[in-house]
Design a protein around this ligand. Structure first.
Ligand SMILES: [Mg+2]
Length: 234
């Protein structure tokens, strides 16, 4: 499979015809969370917070640019620190979604799921507070059946752990075999495979097609319209 010639449409149709419950990652498939408030700025804020609490961030995280990487580290390091970092990150995410950029085709995909009786749960390492604020801001709330953001008590259980997917499956009362999870990261594919749901990689950047299929996603799309069109054809 090359970056420029992906034809998973047959696979997609077969897969989506079995999918009664759609699990959808947030940052990437729904919007670009940090389009207006860059992630590296939030990461720098969290780094200052960690230092102010008397902890040393490991050298490899000094320039991470990924606030979730700092939270993941804090969760391994110290429970109280993890709570403080989680809270600060949640506040920053809520600020960020005010200027988040909608992903082209996201609304149409959500509408197609609703029109064909497929409830959608958003499953994300971002906070539910920020996800709900974004859905509200962009009038998407009525198209989403459930929001499963990171568990503030268990930041160690973010994806690639299957934990959040299991929680969403339990709320939706569906078996993994009839659920499809759409995500744009290798960690989404890993979490999906661990939860035994069907995984669909959303390769929204060059290079991601091979990464996501290499991680074991059942199908890969470059655009959300491919999903919307497949669902419409069922
Ligand atoms: Mg993502």
């Amino acid at each position: 499979m090359t970056e420029h010639a992906v034809d998973d449409s047959g696979k997609l149709t077969a897969l989506l015809s079995q999918a009664r419950y759609i699990l959808l990652d947030f940052d990437g498939p729904v919007c670009k969370v940090f389009a207006g408030l860059p992630a590296h700025e939030i990461a720098a804020e969290l780094q200052d917070l960690v230092v102010s609490r008397g902890f040393d961030l490991p050298v490899e995280l000094h320039h991470t640019g990924d606030p979730l990487a700092i939270l993941r580290w804090a969760a391994d390091e110290d429970d109280d620190l993890a709570q403080v970092v989680d809270k600060a990150l949640t506040d920053a995410e809520v600020r960020a979604v005010a200027t988040a950029e909608p992903t082209p085709g996201a609304r149409e995909f959500l509408e197609a799921c609703q029109a064909t009786g497929r409830p959608v749960a958003i499953v994300s390492n971002n906070s539910s507070e920020a996800i709900r604020a974004y859905l509200n801001r962009t009038a998407l709330t009525s198209l989403v059946a459930h929001v499963e953001g990171r568990d503030h008590q268990r930041p160690d259980q973010m994806k690639p752990s299957p934990y959040l997917l299991f929680r969403a499956l339990s709320v939706g009362r569906e078996a993994p075999t009839v659920a499809a999870f759409v995500g744009d990261s290798v960690t989404d594919v890993q979490a999906g495979n661990r939860a035994r749901v069907m995984t669909i990689g959303f390769a929204n950047k060059l290079g991601k097609v091979s990464q996501l299929s290499g991680a074991g996603s059942a199908a890969v799309v470059r655009k959300l319209t491919e999903l919307t069109e497949s669902i419409a054809r069922l």
